[in-house]
Design a protein around this ligand. Structure first.
Ligand code: ARG
Length: 569
């Protein structure tokens, strides 16, 4: 049950005003607070405090209300009956959206033949959690791993392989794709090709020009380059899958990116031309996206660069066209680094102007940077920019050290789940837009607002339930202690929380709620013994029931965040 909505609706119905309900942080003064008397006072022309006092007896008639009091200039504090909480608290279940939407989500978006960097962490973690949240609320989502496989890096990597193995048949213009080529790329080597090629291109204009030429030919369907690309695409897809598994994120519905979108370029160009949107400028094909109201510079959208090549802009617009055709989504959400905001603003404008997809159905969620203690983008110990795997290796190491220090013996799988939770929870905890500092030692702590603390709480509950090893049923009546009451009301707040978090795309709300819940669980655990010998059977049964509710709620949250509960900790 959505307690917040229930209470809000009942109060408004009873008093005939639409007022705002607040959940009070300090429950000593009640569970909710409403400004209904302030709202009503304006309409009937009375003093709010006076009106509030008139409302008190009316509100007391509602059978779920235990107590009502007036505070300040006319706020009304409301306390919910214990038995109402007891009878109506349930563990969260997947919901049925009132207006189910089809949502295309563009996150992950890894690049072919380029190892994943730390920037791919947030798009993956936040994108995945939001995807799970939408699904939980009953929406239909499609996740697109819009892989980067059409731009400059393709030209560079192919040019690099040409340098290494000029004898390979791929580089001939009359390459015959039906004839097998016995050439294998070592995945570890592939990772080095792009950085090497890119460094060389900076010093050697000839190589740079060759890479550009190759890119253009590749985009025009050169069979040899394409065959070679297929080879390293396979390697990259495999490593992307490994990342998906390592991160414990849902498999993507589509591993289709720029190259796939490129198939639609001609169709899109027809639309753009019919609307006379394209103009030529220094050999490039551009689209003007400026609006009179713009204060900041708004460069043109680059439909084709001056060398005749497709750009990031070209494939992104074509991808929108493709998604509209394939999924017909109600909304398209992108998760990328904040620094791509201008690109998406331009894209949304062009899509709208061309009639391909309306501006207001797009969303770009731009995330901040993960920094080290020095406030600069996080680096590994040797001073290099951290890759995505580095972050997990570092977290794994930190957890291993911590576990060793504590004298615990945990297997590798458990250590890995703790490290995963440490990194992901910490990421989700921060407002998406802001930068944050990644400190391996603090995020892996077993205490405080950390992933390990969350898992530890779940493991603890689970172990009580396992030890009790009994059928658990809801008690008819129970004298709630303050800890039990606080726990129940927090669980009842889940539905309101998840709806609000989803509306605001605020994964940090989910993480913070999870932490608050864990605090209450641990207070309950310490103050309300369950399996101790001196605890009578009724109390034990009731507390087991609360522990089970808490465990089920926590498991749902842990699942939404894509963490794994270890069997021991
Ligand atoms: N591949 C890009 C990168 O690694 C992100 C792509 C985001 N999605 C998009 N449709 N442009 O930065």
């Amino acid at each position: 049950m959505n307690l917040y909505k229930y209470v809000s609706d009942e109060i408004n119905k009873k008093l005939g005003f639409v007022a705002k309900l607040e959940t009070t942080k300090n429950r000593d003064f009640g569970d909710f607070s409403t400004n209904v008397a302030m709202v009503g006072a304006k309409t009937v022309g009375k003093n709010p405090r006076e009106l509030a006092n008139e409302f008190v007896p009316l509100l007391k008639e509602l059978d779920f209300i235990a107590d009502v009091s007036v505070a300040g200039p006319g706020f009304i504090n409301i306390e919910i009956k214990d038995n109402f909480l007891l009878q109506n608290t349930t563990a969260p279940k997947p919901m049925k959206a009132e207006n189910p939407l089809t949502i295309d989500m563009d996150y992950g978006a890894y690049n072919v033949a380029k190892s994943l960097h730390i920037g791919h962490l947030r798009t993956s973690i936040v994108g995945d959690t939001l995807n799970r949240m939408f699904k939980f609320l009953g929406h239909k989502t499609f996740s697109w791993n819009h892989i980067g496989d059409w731009g400059k890096p393709m030209g560079l990597v192919i040019a690099w392989i040409e340098r290494l193995h000029p004898e390979l048949p791929y580089f001939q213009d009359d390459f015959d794709p039906t004839k097998p080529v016995y050439y294998d790329i070592d995945p570890k080597d592939l990772d080095t090709y792009y950085p090497s090629a890119s460094a060389l291109a900076k010093q050697d204009p000839e190589f740079q020009a060759r890479a550009q030429e190759i890119k253009a030919k590749f985009q025009n369907g050169h069979p040899g380059y394409f065959a070679l690309y297929e080879k390293f695409l396979a390697i990259s897809l495999k490593s992307m899958n490994a990342t998906v598994q390592r991160l414990n994120i849902l498999p993507f519905d589509y591993d289709l990116g720029e190259r796939n979108a490129a198939q639609y370029i001609d169709e899109v160009e027809k639309i753009l031309n019919a609307k006379h949107m394209i103009y030529e400028s220094d050999g490039a094909l551009c689209i003007n996206v400026k609006r009179d109201t713009d204060n900041a510079p708004m460069p043109p959208y680059m439909w084709q660069d001056s060398r005749g090549a497709d750009t990031y802009d070209t494939t992104d617009l074509s991808a929108v066209y493709c998604r509209k055709k394939v999924d017909n989504p109600d909304t398209i959400i992108y998760f990328t680094d904040l620094r791509q905001s201008l690109h998406f603003e331009q894209l949304f404008r062009v899509a709208d102007m061309s009639g391909i997809y309306p501006y207001d159905k797009f969303e770009h969620i731009g995330y901040g940077t993960i920094n080290g203690k020095d406030g600069k983008p996080f680096k590994t110990r040797d001073g290099n920019a951290a890759g995505l795997d580095d972050i997990f290796d570092i977290a794994n190491e930190a957890v291993r050290e911590r576990v060793a220090e504590s004298g615990k013996k945990l297997d590798d799988e458990t250590i890995t789940s703790i490290a995963l939770a440490a990194v992901k929870f910490n990421d989700l905890l921060h407002d998406v837009k802001s930068d944050y500092i990644f400190e391996p030692a603090s995020v892996t702590s077993f205490e405080g607002r950390t992933g390990p603390y969350i898992l530890y709480t779940a493991v603890r509950l689970n172990s009580v339930l396992k030890r009790a090893n009994t059928q658990i049923t809801k008690p008819e009546h129970f004298d709630l202690s303050i800890e039990e009451r606080n726990l129940l009301i927090e669980i009842m707040d889940f539905e309101h929380m998840i709806l609000t978090a989803c509306d605001n795309r605020a994964t940090d709300m989910v993480a913070n709620y999870t932490y608050d819940l864990c605090q209450l669980v641990n207070n309950f655990y310490h103050n309300c013994p369950i399996l101790r010998d001196d605890i009578d059977e009724t109390t034990k049964q009731g507390r087991l029931y609360f522990a089970k509710l808490a465990f089920d709620t926590l498991s749902t949250l842990i699942n939404l965040m894509g963490l794994k509960i270890p069997s021991e900790m």
